[in-house]
Design a protein around this ligand. Structure first.
Ligand code: FAM
Length: 371
């Protein structure tokens, strides 16, 4: 098929059957024990969610439908031969689990272009905010305004059956992915993980806006802004030709003042983030003499030994934000591809309302007494 929708329509029944088989044949298989540490540790290490489109390995980093980042770079079609893969190809891979041909990617690019229309009230909603509103607040508000066009919401109001949920979810997802770059560029002109939410049948706009708000936190996606500001303050204090010793002192100063070194560490990963490595290789190829890149490169040598010396940091290595050099709004645009592909599959497989169980300290203490 040249067209993504037809390809999905063919795949969905197979996967529904696969899930059903797991459920009926292995529903009672135990996957592990939950410890008090896991509950207190923000559900770290608990296997608790089905997520078909990607898998994060602590050592290897992310794989998209089984493919690592270097494999995606090799296999997915680029705009020009040997160039970086087109995001449309990644969307195709995430949704279908198959590597698309250049023709399939071109057809999808065209489809997205046709869907890329943003109504005027979206710009007005952004304009109504004060200029001081953070770009992520402007972006999130723009996405919420786009939601007024949700096909899922319309279909749900009309009583669409569960077996058809995925179709308007697909429409919303592709419209959203097509429209986000326009909203993001508007935010720049005027300025300088969504699982749980989506399971309540919130449409892609509502779910994506919720995910964006999570991304806007400084320990998550806002870290790339923190990195840029932090680097700027290093340069202001020590100049561009900073020595390794000066940089070490600066890192210690940050840590001693009770702050984190932005762009380093990760909740799951225990090695250098392959997204960091991919961007580093791009910089080595295209802008090796850029002073900002050289500083980022120097931080790669200086920061990990210091964080290791600190003793408590589980992963001293850099994450994607240490290198990306862009602001969080662009990070947000790129995440739509992953979030929306998973959302379409959530609906296709009819996954249930997610409701992680929380407990009180009383409950934990009682449980531990009995143990
Ligand atoms: N600088 C200083 N201290 C750090 C640190 C860093 N870069 N990374 C972790 N730690 C500390 C952490 O604050 C905690 O200290 P306390 O016990 O005193 O609270 C301790 O080391 C153990 O934390 P951990 O288990 O290693 O990490 P967590 O899983 O709790 O947190 C991060 C993970 C990403 C929130 C954390 O490493 C961090 O704050 N990094 C800096 C912010 C950042 O770069 N975030 C972007 C992550 C990125 F991949 C993304 O999702 N966008």
């Amino acid at each position: 098929h040249l067209d993504l929708h037809s390809q999905l329509k063919e795949l969905i029944p197979e996967q529904q059957e696969r899930l059903n088989k797991i459920k009926t044949e292995h529903g009672k298989v135990q996957l592990g024990n939950i410890t008090v540490d896991m509950v207190l540790g923000g559900m770290r290490g608990m296997t608790g969610l089905l997520w078909e489109t990607s898998l994060l390995d602590p050592d290897e980093g992310i794989r998209f439908r089984g493919l690592s980042i270097p494999e995606c770079q090799k296999l997915l079609p680029g705009a020009k031969p040997g160039g970086e893969p087109l995001p449309e190809g990644l969307l195709w891979l995430l949704l279908t689990g198959k590597v698309p041909s250049k023709e399939q990617v071109d057809a999808l690019s065209k489809e997205l272009r046709d869907r890329a229309t943003v109504p005027d009230y979206v710009y007005k909603a952004i304009d109504a905010l004060p200029v001081s509103a953070h770009p992520m607040t402007q972006f999130g508000s723009g996405v919420m305004a786009l939601q007024a066009q949700s096909e899922f919401q319309k279909a749900y109001d009309k009583g669409i059956p569960k077996s058809k949920y995925w179709e308007p979810t697909y429409e919303d997802s592709l419209n959203l992915i097509a429209r986000l770059p326009i909203v993001a560029s508007y935010v720049y002109r005027s300025d300088h993980e969504g699982g749980n939410v989506a399971s309540a049948l919130s449409d892609p706009y509502l779910s994506f806006a919720a995910a964006l708000n999570g991304l806007a936190g400084p320990l998550h996606g806002l870290a790339n802004q923190e990195v840029l500001l932090w680097i700027k303050s290093v340069v202001e204090e020590c100049g561009e030709n900073i020595t390794t010793e000066q940089l070490k002192d600066y890192v210690w100063e940050t840590l001693n003042s009770g702050k984190v070194v932005p762009g380093f560490g990760h909740g799951v990963l225990r090695k250098t983030d392959p997204r960091y490595t991919c961007q580093r290789e791009f910089a080595l190829k295209h802008l090796p003499n850029d002073p900002l890149f050289q500083l980022v490169s120097k931080l790669y040598e200086v920061v990990p030994p210091i964080l290791t010396e600190l003793g408590k940091v589980k992963n001293p290595w850099p994450n994607v934000d240490a290198h990306s050099g862009y602001f969080t709004v662009l990070f947000g645009v790129s995440r739509s591809i992953g979030i929306c592909s998973q959302l379409i599959w959530d609906r296709a497989l009819g996954l249930p309302l997610e409701r992680p169980k929380s407990v009180t300290m009383d409950w934990l203490e009682n449980c531990c007494k009995k143990a």
